[in-house]
Design a protein. Structure first.
Length: 256
């Protein structure tokens, strides 16, 4: 299934799972997002001292787990000792198994080439390349593409500089995925004209969500899955999209 399909509604992606009801990036948060109607669930990954891929956003465990140590300084046994009950830092393999059993894809946000490569190998080893996406730092995305030619990539971007078509051509992302405030209808149309879908992160107000849906984006990563799901399901959103302007804009995507 393509994640860029102009004939279908945009994908509702739960950012770090349903972390309004559960601790972000935990199995309960992922499961709650799945039950809440997420089309996909975005998670973050880090590497432990002994090379295990764990689902965690920050460089240290201080904010969520009251442990100031960096993730890279703690082995997997130490990570497993954080939290209580099902409120724990999961292994990526556990999140992938939950994804496969539920039939809801994960989008893996990586921060370094090392963790990107380890996560890509794990996804390939489980035979889940077709139903798993990767986003995050560009250096890591290059490593994902190198190690997994069939990987499905969301090309993250920050700032107002338009995407370089040379990167688009070599990285071959399925979705361009910038911060939502940098998007404009003309850029969405231009990327569609190049055969690339558009996602964005992380709008949560209903005003921003309505604005982005009106542009014709193909996916939204949001902290407010409930509102996003309701808006997607309640509107004939494609009828609000302006005619394509790709032919006039595509040349402007090339940076010298």
């Amino acid at each position: 299934m393509s994640w860029y399909d102009p004939t279908t509604p945009p994908l509702a992606i739960a950012h770090r799972g349903d972390h309004r009801r559960h601790t972000e990036n935990t199995l309960p948060a992922i499961e709650a997002a799945i039950h809440g109607g997420a089309d996909m669930v975005e998670i973050d990954v880090q590497l432990t001292a002994d090379g295990a891929v764990v689902v965690h956003h920050d460089r240290t465990f201080a904010r969520l787990w009251d442990d100031p140590r960096p993730v890279w300084a703690v082995d997997v046994a130490g990570v497993r000792g954080l939290g209580v009950g099902d409120r724990r830092v999961p292994l990526l393999v556990e999140a992938l198994e939950l994804s496969r059993s539920a039939g809801v894809p994960l989008v893996i946000d990586q921060k370094t080439p090392e963790v990107a490569a380890a996560a890509a190998r794990l996804v390939q080893g489980l035979g889940m390349s077709e139903e798993t996406g990767f986003c995050g730092e560009l250096d890591g995305l290059w490593e994902v593409r190198r190690s997994s030619p069939g990987a499905r990539i969301l090309y993250n971007a920050v700032g107002l500089v338009p995407p370089d078509v040379r990167v688009l051509g070599l990285l071959r992302p399925e979705l361009y995925n910038p911060e939502h405030s940098t998007l404009a209808p003309v850029l969405v149309d231009a990327l569609h004209g190049l055969g690339i879908g558009v996602s964005c992160w992380t709008p949560s107000s209903s005003t921003d969500l309505e604005r982005l849906l009106g542009m014709g984006v193909d996916a939204i990563m949001s902290d407010d899955l409930e509102t996003l799901r309701a808006l997607v399901d309640s509107r004939d959103w494609r009828g609000a999209v302006a005619p394509t302007r790709a032919a006039a804009v595509a040349p402007e995507l090339v940076r010298s």
